[in-house]
Design a protein around this ligand. Structure first.
Ligand code: ZN
Length: 298
């Protein structure tokens, strides 16, 4: 396991963590000021300052993108909605490519209509099939331009609104179904990433009794991103009360050990949605705290 205690070269900041800073350009400048080498921006943040401007800032500061957030949300109440989702995912792939992201993260969608507060169906199995179809269609395009897709399983509390892929096992089943890797292709290219893999976010999967085994199953070809924050006790908001690493109950270092044992050697990406706490603090304090916790508890 890599030693993170001496520096923060493997720290990436998911820029949702810095929503309190305002615009993405401010957040990027702050990351650069603190010697952060990688970020993972959100599409709405990029759209606000434009893709071209984001690209320029990323290049000026020599930043890597540990991921791009996000594609997915494949389920819809009708065929037009599903088509629109596929079109949007294609644009997300293009943006990820323009920014040279390591992967496009997929939050796959829940029950159709639920995110908008008008559930059109309670058929969770059908939603999961729709998700598989949406990933399959997007994968054809993503593969053609060389942009890996990373399915992020979300904690089951989000199954209705955001993602009906809720465990790493479920995500890996989809990977194997839609992007099978033969023993030959792995032997030919032992370090090549798969076209479809997973993003392991400790917030979503820390509770899973199968976590260690499923991380081992994923292996280095499927492990495309590693997201960290903490689970606060108590948690006061199901979406926007994520904790800073070390402030909650997740044994982050243990999970990082499993991920690295499986061959992952990429960035540890801090992703904290915190409307009541970290989004209210000065951006320099947030980043300095991320760095300190990255070195001490990640
Ligand atoms: Zn995440």
């Amino acid at each position: 396991m890599r030693d993170f205690s001496a520096d923060h070269r493997w720290l990436s900041i998911n820029t949702a963590t810095l929503r309190g800073a305002g615009r993405l350009d401010t957040a990027i400048e702050a990351c650069a000021r603190h010697g952060v080498r990688a970020i993972s921006p959100w599409r709405d943040q990029v759209a606000e300052i434009s893709l071209a401007r984001t690209r320029e800032l990323v290049r000026t500061h020599g930043l890597a993108l540990s991921g791009y957030c996000r594609g997915g949300l494949f389920t819809a109440v009708d065929a037009a909605g599903r088509r629109a989702a596929l079109d949007d995912n294609r644009r997300a792939v293009d943006e990820a490519k323009a920014l040279d992201a390591a992967c496009l993260v997929l939050v796959v969608g829940g029950l159709p209509g639920a995110l908008a507060g008008r559930v059109a169906s309670k058929d969770l199995a059908a939603a999961r099939r729709e998700v598989a179809d949406g990933i399959a269609a997007t994968l054809v395009y993503a593969r053609s331009v060389g942009m890996p897709l990373a399915i992020e399983p979300l904690h089951p509390m989000y199954a209705a609104e955001r993602a009906c892929v809720n465990t790493l096992a479920q995500a890996l089943d989809l990977c194997e179904e839609l992007d099978p890797l033969s023993a030959d292709s792995l032997a030919d290219s032992p370090t090549a990433a798969a076209a479809l893999g997973v993003a392991v976010d400790v917030y979503h999967v820390w509770w899973d009794p199968q976590l260690e085994a499923q991380i081992a199953r994923a292996g280095r070809h499927r492990l495309m991103a590693f997201h960290v924050c903490d689970w606060l006790v108590p948690t006061t908001d199901l979406l926007n009360d994520r904790g800073m690493m070390g402030d909650g109950v997740i044994d982050i270092a243990r999970i990082r050990g499993w991920v690295e044992q499986a061959g992952f050697a990429g960035y540890s990406e801090v992703e904290i949605f915190s409307s009541g706490n970290w989004w209210k603090r000065p951006v320099d304090e947030v980043i300095a705290t991320c760095i300190e916790r990255h070195r001490r508890v990640v």
